[in-house]
Design a protein around this ligand. Structure first.
Ligand SMILES: [Zn+2]
Length: 155
């Protein structure tokens, strides 16, 4: 056996010791159980309780693990709850305002001098608008001529 083969076998053994089954607890290795219950997620520094959040929980050490899709869903739900609590426009309402004026996400971002992907994150529930931006969006919705005004002042 060459030295190279030996080291490769050694590497393979080390890796196999480090590979976990999909449902194994990363902390203790016990098989985790799928659960649906409330989880707490911070949004803008505020603790948001999301009921019925899918996740894996270790019956032994209580470790909680989120699958990629579950984590995305939890984030979207937390932001929706945060918006409702602070009386901010929902993702659907923001989209409706933009569509009403036949603007693309890039158009509206440019008029409000926001980053190009900001509208996509608001409308996709991945991020939440500030209270100041919320007021501006309501002005656009409720004040005729506001989009024209923004256009004449667009950078
Ligand atoms: Zn565990």
């Amino acid at each position: 056996m060459t030295k190279k083969t030996r080291s490769r076998q050694h590497l393979a053994r080390r890796l196999s010791e480090r590979v976990l089954r999909d449902d194994a607890c990363p902390a203790c290795g016990v098989t985790m159980k799928e659960r649906r219950s409330k989880l707490v997620l911070p949004v803008n520094g505020e603790e948001i309780v999301v009921p019925g959040a899918m996740h894996l929980r270790c019956p032994s050490c209580r470790e909680v693990v989120l699958r990629f899709g579950d984590a995305r869903r939890l984030g979207e739900d937390a932001i929706a709850i945060y918006r409702k609590r602070h009386d901010l426009l929902s993702a659907a309402e923001i989209r409706a305002i933009r569509k009403h004026y036949d603007l693309t996400q890039e158009d509206l971002a440019r008029l409000l001098r926001l980053g190009a992907n900001t509208l996509s994150r608001w409308e996709g529930g991945r991020n939440v608008q500030t209270a100041a931006m919320d007021v501006l969006l309501r002005l656009i919705r409720d004040l005729p001529g506001s989009v024209d005004y923004l256009r004449t002042h667009a950078a």
